[in-house]
Design a protein around this ligand. Structure first.
Ligand SMILES: [Zn+2]
Length: 429
């Protein structure tokens, strides 16, 4: 029979990572001869939720087991969580779910989608678990059962990517990561865009190594498992790798986004909204760029925050009347309109900027001088005069172009689909 296992909320800002807990549990199962049905899943959850853990990710995997093996599987998974989870940290509230079923029911899939796009309570998770007959294990408050269920229920059907994660040995955790930068550049040269987010395109900074005290040495993201495995062979680690694992994931898929009209946008959602720029961009304290856009239903603010760097230059050059599509998480601030925290921006149509140009002299061809407002133009040399209506209206070249723009990898959400993937998949927004 199939046994699905979900794990969530084992990490804290101080360390650990649910992907590592999963890797250890899976390693323990393999040692007992229990095999996985498919690649284990790494599911990123709603990135806007206040109570999220650091990366807000949950993991799940499916094993085909005999009835008598089930107690040992559960024991191995629960022991990995007990031993590795940051239980001493108040905000770490792990949850583990075991679910014996040949199929993933529709209501679990729907729940899963809601956890990525919206807000779900522990109560909702427990009610669902009872209904479908899933076994939940709560550690402390057990908030993790939400993500654990969601990870089991996400079929990764419409789109998915892969991430190979290599882990450090315990004695090195918390110290500077030692990876040969030149080997990462070579790996990127050979595998991009089938792998992505290896380097920051503007600064050249290595992006595969995180900057947190977690056990991850590096993570390589790609379109398929084989490519990430090949890329891993190309990266030269200058410290020992304890283990590595390949996850199938919703990272880089835009699964968090939903299309919405302005009036329908809710806090904590991530949305795709089409409209027209309705107030000129302002640069506010801290270097953030804010503008408003509207559709037929209302008006909303859009923000390109300072860490998005070059992306702000696009937002800054918008003018009222430009037709755009905004992609991003919705923030709620007291006494301010809802704000879309921009992840991507498509410019569909630029509003024309018109400028009046003095006419040229019909005799000598030089630019004529204005005689004053509404009084026409003259050429002093040829003593020629023409009326005010001879002025020409020309369209000024804008400093931006129609197209799609995104924040740099360093400021990008795990769930946000990089534009390079859009091109790769030949999918259009
Ligand atoms: Zn002239």
């Amino acid at each position: 029979m199939l046994l699905h296992v979900g794990i969530d909320d084992t990490d804290s800002k101080e360390g650990m990572c649910t992907t590592y807990v999963g890797a250890v549990a899976i390693g323990g199962l393999k040692a007992q001869g229990v095999k996985l049905e498919e690649y284990p899943k790494l599911i990123r959850l709603n990135p806007n939720w206040k109570l999220k853990t650091r990366g807000n990710c949950a993991i799940a995997f499916t094993t085909r087991v005999k009835k008598h093996q089930i107690p040992a599987v559960k024991e191995t998974v629960l022991r990995a969580v007990e031993e590795l989870a940051e239980l001493h940290v108040e905000t770490t509230n792990p949850g583990v779910v075991f679910y014996e079923s040949e199929r993933v029911p529709v209501r679990l899939r729907k729940f899963s989608k809601k956890v990525v796009q919206d807000i779900v309570t522990i109560d909702e998770a427990e009610v669902l678990a009872r209904k479908i007959g899933a076994e939940v294990h709560k550690f402390k408050l057990g908030r993790g059962i939400i993500g654990a269920l969601a990870a089991i229920g996400n079929p990764l059907e419409r789109d998915r990517t892969f991430e190979l994660i290599a882990y450090r040995t315990p004695e090195n955790r918390g110290t500077l990561r030692k990876v040969d930068a030149a080997s990462v550049v070579r790996m990127n040269d050979q595998t991009f865009p089938r792998t992505f987010d290896n380097l920051d395109p503007f600064t050249g900074e290595i992006r595969i190594t995180p900057h947190t005290p977690c056990p991850i040495l590096y993570g390589i993201r790609g379109e398929d498992a084989e490519t990430t495995l090949g890329a891993h062979e190309l990266v030269k680690a200058l410290e020992p790798i304890e283990r590595f694992i390949v996850y199938k994931t919703n990272q880089g898929t835009d699964e968090h986004l939903r299309r919405a009209k302005v009036a329908g946008v809710k806090p904590y959602w991530s949305v795709i909204v089409e409209g027209e720029v309705s107030s000129a961009p302002k640069i506010i304290l801290g270097g953030h760029v804010i503008f408003s856009m509207r559709d037929k239903t209302g008006e909303i603010d859009c923000a390109a925050y300072e860490p998005t760097r070059q992306f702000r230059d696009v937002a800054k050059r918008l003018i009222v009347g430009d037709k755009v599509v905004a992609y991003g998480g919705v923030k709620e601030k007291p006494e301010l309109p809802l704000t879309i925290n921009l992840e991507k921006l498509s410019i569909l149509k630029l509003a024309p900027v018109l400028r009046k140009v003095n006419p040229t002299c019909p005799r000598c061809g030089k630019r004529m001088k204005s005689e004053g407002k509404g009084k026409g133009y003259s050429c002093k040399r040829c003593k020629v005069r023409v009326s005010a209506s001879a002025a020409k209206i020309v369209e000024v070249r804008r400093e931006i172009e129609v197209g799609a723009f995104e924040v740099p990898p360093r400021a990008r959400r795990h769930l946000a689909r990089p534009l390079v993937r859009v091109a790769y998949l030949r999918r259009e927004y």
